[in-house]
Design a protein around this ligand. Structure first.
Ligand code: 5GP
Ligand code: ZN
Length: 115
């Protein structure tokens, strides 16, 4: 898929509206359109990386920024103390629907066990 056709690239570019919660030189974060928890934010690299399966050592800085942005967003949205879950679905069996790498930040309720 080209970046022109990528829904998250278009959100980052502002071509598709979103409820943005954070942006810096590396990552952009916005509310998921179909939330499964009271807090459900997607944190995405500004660069189009299709999935963790396409990540290389060159991506280590931006991959690290996903986590530190998550910590900051969790604080801003009031779930840092109560806790939250970070999920990165990867590929078909991982349930990835959008092939622009993204981290789900979920919180605001007691989340079930994985699997
Ligand atoms: P995945 O299943 O790939 O891990 O997650 C993709 C997520 O993107 C889903 O939770 C879905 O609700 C969300 N999503 C898909 N299209 C849009 C959109 O246009 N805007 C926003 N804000 N979220 C979207
Ligand atoms: Zn993209």
């Amino acid at each position: 898929m080209s970046e022109r056709d990528c829904i998250f690239c278009r959100i980052i570019a502002g071509e598709i509206p979103s409820k943005q919660v954070y942006k810096d030189d590396w990552v952009t974060a916005f509310y998921d359109i179909n939330p499964v928890a009271p807090v459900h934010v997607l944190i995405v690299p500004n660069e189009h990386i299709p999935s963790v399966a396409a990540a290389t050592p060159q991506h280590e800085a931006v991959l690290g920024r996903l986590f530190t942005a998550a910590r900051r967003i969790a604080e801003d949205l009031g779930v840092a103390e109560s806790g939250f879950r970070l999920v990165v679905n990867t590929g078909r069996d991982g349930g990835q629907d959008v092939f622009h790498l993204h981290m789900h930040l979920l919180g605001g309720k007691r989340l079930g066990r994985l699997g």
